[in-house]
Structure formats: structure tokens, C-alpha cells
Write a protein that binds this ligand. Structure first.
Ligand SMILES: Cc1cc2nc3c(=O)[nH]c(=O)nc-3n(C[C@H](O)[C@H](O)[C@H](O)COP(=O)(O)O)c2cc1C
Length: 179
């Protein structure tokens, strides 16, 4: 896992190669194995590989969702908010597990933030996605994860870029020293 984390970068450019059904099955398994508060599993996931829908989802925001256009698969991470008060946390955990599983399978991925973002002056990005996919109002949308075979290579973050001063030891502000 640490090796995967060391190499992980957001990938926003993808080749045209579709995902194998077996690969999608593994990604879905990763989502459904995500831990959730009180085991409520409030999340629901919409898998989108329809090109016309991907085109629409790519316009969910004015900036930052356009890469979804080229993804082989977009996974819309949503939750029934009446099932848990911490659905955002539960969804976020499922999303990052999905991203790391994608990476372990040699795929690239990136998170498109939907919750608390605007589509245009009239509608939120969330309302837009709900309308495009026919989601009921209580089905809240946290993010959309775009996945595909990487069409770009990105350098891993080197160890000297890690923000170790942000780690305290016992009391806040007391520096933790690496062995
Ligand atoms: C909560 C969250 C929201 C993000 N939203 C977007 C987004 O809307 N569009 C996008 O292109 N990337 C988005 N990202 C990806 C970040 O921009 C990216 O993780 C960050 O710049 C660090 O780069 P790296 O992932 O390559 O290490 C998001 C990441 C997180 C964790």
C-alpha cells in the first residue's frame, strides 16, 4: 500500500481503451468493502460509461470536471443523507479506496468535487448531476471519480516535499522527529 501511495498522482488524461468487465467488478468490490460509520453503508454508486452522459458530467462545473469527458468510467459517489449524519466521511473513504484500487490495477483516476460547488448561477453542481442521472433529492452527491488507462505520466511526489512540520508529537506544536 505504501508503495502505491508513493506513486499516486491524480491522472486527468486517459487513453481510449475501455475497462475490462472484470476490472469494473474489482472496482465495485473495493467500493462495497469500504468501512462506514455504524456500518450504515449510506453510500450508493452510479457507474457511468455512456459517452453522452460522460460529456454531460464533464460540464458539472465550470472548472475541474472537464477531464471526465475522456474517462473510460466515471463513478458517481453519492449517499442517502437520511441514513447517516456522516455520509460525507463514508463517501470520501469509499472514493479514496476506489482510487487506490484503480491504481493497484494500473489505472489512473482523479476526483471531481461536486458537493458545495456550483454548476452555474442557477444550479449547484449537485443539482445538475442529480438531474442528469435521475437521482432523487435525498441522494446527495459528494464527488465523481474519473477512471481510465493513464494517458499521462506524472512524477511521484518526492519525500522532501512531505510536510512533516504538520505532524505534532503528544502536544500540538511539539515537533515529531523522524527516527
Ligand atoms: C476533496 C478533493 C477534491 C478535489 N477536486 C478536484 C476537482 O474538482 N477537479 C480536479 O481536477 N481535481 C480535484 N482533486 C484532485 C486534487 O487537485 C489533487 O489531489 C491535488 O492537486 C494533489 O495532486 P495529486 O493528487 O496528483 O497528488 C480533488 C481532490 C480532493 C481530495
Amino acid at each position: 500500500m505504501l508503495d502505491l501511495l508513493r506513486k499516486r498522482r491524480s491522472i486527468r488524461s486517459f487513453t481510449d481503451q475501455p475497462l475490462e468487465p472484470h476490472t469494473v467488478k474489482l472496482l465495485v468490490e473495493a467500493l462495497l468493502r469500504a468501512p462506514s460509520s455504524r456500518n450504515r453503508n449510506p453510500w450508493q454508486f452510479v457507474l457511468v460509461d455512456d459517452r453522452a452522459l460522460l460529456e454531460q458530467l464533464a460540464t458539472a462545473k465550470q472548472h475541474g470536471s472537464e477531464f471526465l469527458r475522456g474517462a473510460a468510467l466515471a463513478v458517481v459517489i453519492c449517499a442517502d443523507e437520511s441514513r447517516s449524519d456522516v455520509w460525507v466521511e463514508d463517501c470520501s473513504i469509499a472514493a479514496i479506496l476506489l482510487q487506490m484500487t484503480a491504481q493497484s490495477l494500473g489505472l489512473g483516476s482523479c476526483w471531481a468535487q461536486i458537493r458545495k460547488r456550483q454548476h452555474d448561477q442557477q444550479a449547484t453542481a449537485e443539482q445538475f448531476v442529480q438531474q442528469v442521472l435521475g437521482l432523487p433529492e435525498q441522494m446527495r452527491v459528494v464527488s465523481i471519480i474519473g477512471i481510465g488507462h493513464p494517458g499521462e505520466k506524472r512524477h511521484p511526489l518526492t519525500a522532501d516535499k512531505l510536510e512533516y512540520p504538520k505532524v505534532s508529537y503528544n502536544r500540538y506544536g511539539e515537533q515529531w522527529r523522524r527516527a
